[in-house]
Each structure stands twice: as structure tokens, then as C-alpha cells.
Design a protein around this ligand. Structure first.
Ligand code: 15L
Length: 265
């Protein structure tokens, strides 16, 4: 059990609920927040406060006394720039300022969309260049860079989890590579909080999928995590489930890449 409470942002979202349930069941003290009300019963030892990531004072207050901030909050799909900037850019700054003041660690829900324009035929290490596939992916790359700034300048530890596709089940051929099961995700969050030293690092958030040849060389060993689940059992029913869109199928980010794509062939 961590020595200090854990702040979870985006607690009312799909992954927030998964984390809340899993860490709550371990008896951890959780401070939960989201802009939307928490849709379920709170686990024992959890408090919930509604807040906007744009509100820096509210975030500072929520982080008081916390040892880790699991930052899942913000826009989680491609949106216009003006919609992304508040929660994902300004909000990120509020999270890191709070972490600096509390000497807390940040666990950031980054995304494969920060590198979405790498081709599926590649195999990239975690230090390969960012190739965001939209304003959402760009905000995730920005968040990771903010983590580097706060680590090198202020010693704020951070783990940046580039989540693939975290859903109850994989639902198309792409997810045979990118799927991250909820239990693997929950165990990863647990390790990111408990690992004694993480510095500033990146972990690819995907389960033990045979098709997951895209991503390698991350900090999972340092964090003490290895995935246990796999999308492989779904291969029979999903292998043919492709979009037919050449841009979508060429790049790791899939449909985010083909959205508003205008580069030409
Ligand atoms: C993401 O970053 C999204 O939040 C999620 O809804 C999925 O689209 C996922 O990426 C994915 O790439 O499958």
C-alpha cells in the first residue's frame, strides 16, 4: 500500500473506473476527480471531487498530501484544437505544478496516437520520434515532453504509458496488436505507483499480443510490469476485420490517421 493517497483524474471515465475499482479493492486511499460525476458507488477509502482540469487552484487543492497523480483526465479522442487545449495542455500544466509542489509522481495516460504516423511495418523503440496523428496525439506528445521538463528541472518523477487500445475486448484486426486488457492496465497502474524509482520513462500499454511487433524497448522492467493477457484468442474472429482504408491500415494510429487526411497518395 502506498504511503500517501493517490489522486486519480478522469476517474469517471472508462479507465478511471477500472483503476478506481482495482486500487480501491487493494485498500488504497484514493482521491478521485473528474469533470463528470462519478457514476458508481465509491470504494471504501475513496473521496470524489468534481473539478475542471482548467482550474489550477482546484487541482492544487486536490493534490494536497498525495504521493502520486494518476492522470487519466482530459479529452480522449480527436477533437478540434480549441477543445483539446484547455483540458490536455493547460490541464497538464496544472497537474505538473501540483506534482512539483507535493513532490508527487505523475503517471500519465499517454497514447499510441503520439506516435500514430509510424508505419505498422516498423518496430519502434520508446525513444523513436513522436509522430502525432492529430491534435489529440499532439497533446499526448506535449504531455510526455512536459514530464521530461519537470523531471530534469524539478525532479518530478513520471511514467508515460502509451496506451494502445484499452477496452473490455479487442474489436478489430488492429487491436490484435494494440489491445490492452483492463486487468493488465490495472496491474500496470499499480506498478507505476509502487515502483521504488522510475525517473522519467515510457511504457507501451499493450497486452501480450503476438501481433504486437510494433513497439519495443520501454521501461516495463524498471517499473516491474509485464502483461499477462493476450488478444490472440480473438484472431480467428477479428483477422478479417479491416477498414479497407489504405491510410488507416498503413499506420499505427489507424482511423485517427485517416481522419481529415489530405496529404495525397
Ligand atoms: C486512444 O487514445 C483513445 O483514447 C481510445 O478511445 C482508442 O481510440 C485508442 O486510442 C486506440 O488507438 O485504439
Amino acid at each position: 500500500t502506498p504511503a500517501k493517497p493517490v489522486l486519480v483524474t478522469g476517474a469517471s471515465g472508462a479507465l478511471g473506473k477500472v483503476v478506481t475499482k482495482a486500487l480501491g479493492a487493494l485498500g488504497w486511499t484514493l482521491a478521485l476527480t473528474d469533470i463528470a460525476p462519478f457514476p458508481e458507488a465509491l470504494p471504501a477509502g475513496a473521496t470524489f471531487t468534481r473539478a475542471d482540469l482548467n482550474d489550477g487552484v482546484a487541482i492544487l487543492r486536490l493534490a494536497e498530501g498525495c504521493g502520486t497523480i494518476i492522470h487519466l483526465g482530459g479529452v480522449s479522442a480527436e477533437q478540434p484544437f480549441e477543445t483539446v487545449i484547455g483540458p490536455n495542455i493547460r490541464g497538464l500544466y496544472h497537474i505538473y505544478e501540483a506534482a512539483r509542489r507535493e513532490k508527487a509522481r505523475v503517471v500519465f495516460a499517454s497514447s499510441n496516437h503520439s506516435i500514430g504516423f509510424h508505419e505498422r511495418a516498423e518496430s519502434i523503440g520508446a525513444d523513436t520520434q513522436f509522430l502525432p496523428d492529430g491534435y489529440y496525439g499532439l497533446s499526448k506528445a506535449y504531455g510526455e515532453l512536459m514530464g521530461r521538463l519537470y523531471w530534469f528541472k524539478h525532479g518530478v518523477e513520471n511514467v508515460n504509458v502509451r496506451i494502445g487500445s484499452a477496452f473490455p475486448e479487442p474489436t478489430n484486426a488492429r487491436m490484435l496488436a494494440t489491445w490492452l486488457s483492463y486487468p493488465d492496465f490495472a496491474r500496470l497502474m499499480q506498478r507505476c505507483v509502487l515502483a521504488p524509482k522510475v525517473g522519467c520513462c515510457v511504457v507501451w500499454g499493450a497486452s501480450k499480443n503476438a501481433k504486437m511487433t510494433w513497439w519495443r524497448d520501454d521501461a516495463r522492467a524498471a517499473v516491474g510490469w509485464a502483461p499477462e493477457d493476450s488478444a490472440d484468442g480473438f484472431a480467428g474472429q477479428l483477422a478479417g476485420k479491416v477498414s479497407g482504408d489504405p491510410v488507416e491500415e498503413r499506420y499505427m494510429g489507424g482511423a485517427f490517421c485517416s481522419m481529415e487526411y489530405s496529404r495525397g497518395a
